[in-house]
Design a binder for this molecule. Structure first.
Ligand code: TRP
Length: 388
């Protein structure tokens, strides 16, 4: 069937039906009452929530209510370094930065070269290590709070994670893991255990700083299977269930599907130069008519337009302006060529600034964010029993 889609934490194909995902995953949509609560905490409704980009959650209400009662939460998100980063990868990072800035809270950022090494059985370790550094630079270029942001690299920091992961792994049966992730007899055993490594930072924050009462994970919704399993066993280990706020995947430049690394022409990389951005946006799928004349007469369809969605997801922060663009498209006042030209210039100025920020992040800067330079493993293990 054409409208079928396939989604796992490692692979997404087809046109994702986000409403159906809510039922499939058993998550909650961010509704009116949730929005009121969000407004109370942030003093506004964050852009990505307003626009429905971050659209569903687990237990966000509990975490925000407790926050209002003086119980802070930390943030946890991550990145699997299997390739160069594109705009779709940076979108949840932009949202996470907003959350951290607003609440001035700890952020654990996990890098998972181990996950990618085990999933992509043909990838060379050198490649994955290179992407790890390059991805870290892209992520830090977004501008997280240096004193409150900690990088956790699974290979480098396994001693901080391993005992927690073993405690988690002991509570998760193969039958649960298979049902949740779709593992088969062909799946390598590393990937089966790996879920416990990605779950560990859901609890590590409490051990680093016991002032925190909860953990909130802003991430794309494809990561939800990890949190489902982790939530099931959190209580058994004496921790609160991690809560989530889920984002949609940034659409690719084609008629359907998300921005994907496997087809470079459908994705905008953070390293794409001006000409590449121009070429890709010019070729992008739009909701426009085949000719300018028809467009003026019949108008376009912004609801299916990838170009419009980029304005909505990232490149137009003023609601009024976005609405104007929407109306102008529908009525045929705005032609695709002009709409694309404006987007090209916005994307390019974003990327040029991004790459300038990235240049300033050298290895020394990265070191400052590394978990082992921030928290002493000896102290941690002396003061806490990581093995639950
Ligand atoms: N599995 C994620 C990926 O493939 C990486 C990751 C690790 C992550 N921990 C996370 C993503 C927490 C979001 C939140 O990219």
């Amino acid at each position: 069937m054409e409208d079928e889609f396939y989604i796992t934490p490692w692979e997404v194909r087809g046109e994702v039906d986000y409403n159906r995902l809510i039922k499939m995953f058993g998550v909650k949509v961010i509704d009116r009452s949730m929005i009121r609560l969000v407004k109370k905490v942030f003093g506004e409704v964050p852009l990505h929530i307003r626009r429905g980009v971050f659209y569903s959650h687990r237990d966000l209400d509990r975490v925000l209510k407790e926050y209002l009662d003086g119980k802070p939460f930390y943030l946890y998100t991550g990145r699997g370094p299997s390739g160069p980063m594109h705009l779709g990868h940076i979108l949840p990072m932009i949202f996470t930065k907003y959350l951290q800035e607003k609440l001035d809270t700890l952020l654990l950022l996990q890098l998972t070269p181990d996950e990618k090494y085990m999933y992509h059985e043909n990838m060379k370790k050198e490649e994955i290590f290179e992407y790890t550094i390059d991805n870290i630079k892209d992520i830090l270029a977004i501008g997280f709070k240096p004193d409150k942001t900690i990088l956790v690299d699974d290979f480098r920091h396994i001693d901080y994670l391993y005992q927690l992961a073993v405690s988690i792994a002991r509570k998760v049966t193969f039958s649960t893991a298979r049902a949740t992730f779709g593992f088969t007899s062909e799946t390598n055993i590393g990937l089966i255990f790996y879920m416990a490594i990605q779950a560990a930072p859901c609890f590590l924050g409490y051990i680093i700083d016991d002032a925190y009462a909860n953990c909130l994970i802003p991430a794309a919704i494809d990561q939800d299977p990890y949190w489902r399993v982790t939530r099931d066993i959190a209580g058994k280990l004496g921790f609160p269930k991690p809560s989530q706020i889920h984002g949609k995947l940034l659409p690719g430049l084609e008629a359907s599907g998300k921005m994907s690394t496997s087809d470079p022409e459908t994705a905008l990389y953070l390293s794409d130069k001006e000409e590449a951005v121009e070429r890709k946006i010019k070729n992008a799928f739009t909701g426009g008519q085949p000719t300018a004349e028809l467009q003026r007469k019949l108008g376009g369809n912004p609801d299916i337009c990838t170009v419009f969605s980029y304005y909505a997801y990232i490149f137009e922060d003023k609601d009024e302006k976005l609405k104007e663009r929407y109306e102008d498209c529908k009525t045929g006042r705005l032609l695709c060529g002009d709409c694309k030209a404006e987007l090209i210039s916005r994307i390019n100025s974003f990327l040029i600034k991004h790459r300038e920020n990235k240049k300033n992040i050298d290895n020394e800067t990265i070191e400052e964010y590394m978990l082992d330079n921030r928290v002493d493993i000896g102290d941690l293990i002396n003061n806490y029993d990581l093995l639950r």
